[in-house]
Design a protein around this ligand. Structure first.
Ligand code: NAP
Length: 335
């Protein structure tokens, strides 16, 4: 079968590899659709740790093709989405109900072979059923949506709140929709590309701000003195620094974007102190994959407008290895 292998930092190539066999408790899933994530680009550049070599691709859905010994919930033929993040279940953090902070956390498409391939191995417990008539392209959104749901849980948006979303990639545009469903009264999207600002407005944002024009002041004008909740979804130093200044006194700032490991940003602790900001981070998808799968199955969110194009596996190395093309929101590979 074909697999897009990260063989070294900045070396990603489509290779012919042996089709894996499912071990006990595992499924072999024939990949139907697999999203390209900003994190794949971080991994390509060595900004996020991975195994090497490894097949990337952690936002996949597909059809169960074979089941290993002892599998009880699937027989073959079902459409599933895989939760790529595999916790040990036994460490101190797992036992306090925080599997995303597991000491031995591993992940499909990061530390074990993932979905930029014709097939992927998924432990049964990581697979969640999707309807047989669901568009598989929608199934590829379960993983990023599950992460966003955790971000929303952490943010604790209240009905009537004002929310600033920094970064109009797929994450930011999912966050806009989730914030609207959580009852936010004002939702301001801050992102550089006009096309993304327009999409954000069409998805429920009430304001769209160009960060080139004094974004902190513009945001404060737009929502009346600072946002109740700021969601940092860009993963760049500027948005971290700006986002902290966009929150109202006593408001919340949630770090969601991934900045390369080791990058430091200047902050002014005095301002954070006297404004009593609630500063949180939201990492991965603890206990949210089922909710995401249910929302995708129910068609709760607008997803088609987030899909810029589909590509074949052949194109994955070129697309992951280049910066996101202007105007692209979500690119999905269809093996
Ligand atoms: P993405 O497509 O790269 O979107 C981020 C967008 O932020 C960029 O495309 C860019 O859009 C915008 N941006 C860049 N600089 C900006 C600036 N100075 N001001 C305002 N906007 C700016 O990535 P994504 O897939 O949506 O993911 C967003 C981030 O979340 C990534 O860092 C990703 O790794 C991370 N992530 C985190 C988790 C988690 O569990 N915490 C899970 C999944 C993803 P414009 O060109 O329009 O400005």
């Amino acid at each position: 079968m074909r697999a897009a292998r990260l063989e070294a930092i900045r070396t990603l190539a489509l290779r012919e590899v042996a089709k894996p066999r499912p071990g006990p408790g595992e499924l072999l899933v024939r990949v139907e659709a697999v999203g390209i994530c900003g994190s794949d680009r971080h991994m390509f550049k060595g900004e996020y740790p991975t195994a090497l070599p490894v097949t990337l691709g952690h936002e996949f859905c597909g059809i169960v093709a074979e089941v290993g010994e002892g599998v009880s919930r699937f027989r073959g033929g079902e459409r599933v989405t895989g939760d790529p993040n595999i916790a040990c279940g036994w460490c101190a953090r797992c036992r306090e109900g925080r599997p995303n902070l597991c000491d031995k956390l591993t992940a499909i498409g990061v530390f074990r072979d993932g979905g930029f391939a014709d097939c992927v191995i998924v432990p049964e417990g990581q697979a969640y059923g999707l309807p047989g008539d669901l568009d598989p392209l929608h199934g590829a959104f379960c993983e990023p949506l599950a992460c966003c749901l955790h971000g929303l849980d952490v943010a604790r948006i209240q009905p009537g709140d004002s929310v600033a979303v920094l970064g109009g990639g797929v994450i930011g545009l999912l966050m806009v929709q989730l914030a609207a469903r959580a009852g936010a009264r004002r939702i301001a999207m801050v992102t550089r590309q006009p096309v993304r600002r327009a999409v954000a407005i069409s998805l429920g944002a009430t304001e769209a701000i160009d960060p080139a024009d004094e974004p902190v002041a513009a945001l404060r004008d737009a929502v009346g003195g600072g946002a109740d909740v700021v969601l940092e979804c860009a993963g760049v130093p500027e948005t971290f620094v700006q986002g902290l200044r966009m929150a109202r006194r006593g408001g919340a700032f949630v770090l969601f974007g991934v900045m390369p490991a080791g990058v430091a940003v200047p902050v002014v602790p005095f301002d954070l102190l006297v404004n009593e900001l609630r500063i949180e981070s939201a990492w991965l998808n603890p206990f949210t994959h089922q909710r995401a799968a249910d929302m995708v199955a129910a068609g709760t969110l607008e997803l088609d407008r987030l899909i810029s194009r589909t590509i074949g596996l052949d194109d994955v190395p070129g697309v992951v290895g280049a910066p996101a093309a202007a105007g692209d929101i979500k690119v999905i590979a269809v093996p």
